[in-house]
Ligand binder design. Structure first.
Ligand code: SAH
Ligand code: SF4
Length: 369
């Protein structure tokens, strides 16, 4: 972090209107907003010096009053399957994780919305973190910028970029930090900046029912619901938020989700826990519940973490479950577990600083180029 950062205005995370307003305070005309926006969100500038279309004098005024500082990547790990994980540290010492999952011709960045999570889903490692705070819009966008930096994809043609999608499936419950998540995603979707469209963004929620409609209206992103159980008694246990917003209410919110249709289905995430939620009867009940919803199902083999009380369902069980759901007309692929050797798989995210000694399974840092 550079000197005086505390008193400088952070540009990342400001809306265009806010940026214009701030720039005006220091005598800059409105057209500068567009210029800066392009440098920051298209070219990935990390310092004002790089902004060669702006006169030197103006650059030094900007330098005096504004900052583009990113959080520090204290770890940058690559899995044998090319999944990549960054452990980012903020100036207050809090750390979060961001994971990039590449596929052949695209890739999704799994973005965190909170440090830890206030919810305590019994199968999720993040839910065991004692410290929780919301991330600011700046801290959410910074994850995207750090990934673009690391993947070396600034200024490249879209078809040459592997980072195409965003999933709000990292640490935290995004709908408990809606304002900041909404601000960050609006900036990320801006067509003259990072320009990742709402169709390429998926927000996953454990079921914060009152926020779902607003999310669909205002952001229009794809929705994923962490369902995981088909009966309230079991879901109360696995996803304690269910006690507040039970399955029936959750499914009504899904039926009414403004941004869903036949071509843009709601994903129902279902973590496969041996002997807990993986029977044929569970699969049939799932099909019954989803009747009439624009839905697809994502079966997630549970990813173990030290001290957890569950086991992953067998492959045969997951396949049998998937077949029942598929035969009823819902696509039900089994999500591949990625980045396990760097502890980057779904639900394993928990900042390094909160992990007990001996729990770490880092296989090593990214080899230096
Ligand atoms: N809080 C949000 C988004 C983050 S979690 C939510 O719960 O939806 C992203 C997904 O990972 C959720 O579906 C969550 O239930 C799932 N998950 C959590 N722990 C897991 C684990 N150990 N194995 C597999 N999936 C897990
Ligand atoms: Fe929080 Fe999601 Fe983990 Fe539940 S599954 S504890 S809501 S991060």
């Amino acid at each position: 972090m550079s000197e005086n950062t505390q008193t400088k205005t952070q540009i990342i995370g400001l809306t265009r209107a806010e940026l214009t307003e701030k720039l005006k305070e220091f005598g800059f005309e409105p057209f500068r907003t567009k210029q800066l926006w392009h440098w920051v969100y298209v070219k990935g500038a990390t310092s004002f010096d790089q902004m060669t279309t702006i006169a030197k004098d103006s650059r030094s005024v900007l330098e005096q009053h504004f900052t583009l500082d990113r959080p520090k990547a204290v770890r940058d790990l690559v899995s044998f399957d090319h999944t990549r994980k960054w452990l980012l540290e903020f100036p207050d010492g809090n750390k979060i994780e961001t994971v990039f999952i590449p596929e052949e011709d695209r890739g999704a960045l799994c973005v965190s919305s909170q440090v830890g999570c206030t919810l305590t889903c019994s199968f999720c490692h993040t839910g065991t973190m004692p410290l929780v705070r919301n991330l600011s819009a700046q801290e959410i966008i910074a994850q995207v910028l750090v990934a673009r930096d690391g993947l070396n994809e600034w200024g490249k043609r879209r078809e040459d970029c592997l980072f195409t999608n965003i999933v709000m499936m990292g640490m935290g419950e995004p709908l408990f930090n809606y304002e900041n998540v909404a601000k960050a995603l609006t900036i990320v979707m801006d067509g003259e900046g990072i320009a990742i469209s709402k169709r390429k963004i998926t927000l996953s929620t454990s079921g914060v029912v009152p926020m779902i409609e607003r999310c669909g209206h205002e952001l229009g992103v794809n929705l994923a619901i962490s369902l995981h159980a088909v009966r309230d008694d079991l879901r109360d246990e696995l996803v304690p938020l269910n006690k507040k917003y039970p399955i029936k209410e959750l499914l009504i919110a899904c039926r009414n989700y403004p941004a869903a249709n036949n071509a843009r289905r709601i994903t129902f995430e279902y973590v496969m826990l041996k002997g807990i939620n993986d029977s044929d009867a569970d699969a049939r009940e799932l099909v019954r519940l989803l009747n009439g919803i624009h839905a697809k199902v994502n079966l997630i083999p549970w990813n173990p973490w030290p001290g957890a009380q569950y086991e992953t369902s067998t492959r045969e069980r997951i396949q049998a479950f998937s077949r029942i759901v598929n035969d009823a007309g819902f696509s039900a692929p089994v999500r591949a577990t990625r980045g396990q050797d760097i502890f980057a798989a779904c639900g394993q995210l928990k900042s390094d600083s909160e992990r007990k000694k001996g729990e770490k399974v880092w296989l090593g840092d990214k080899p230096q180029a």
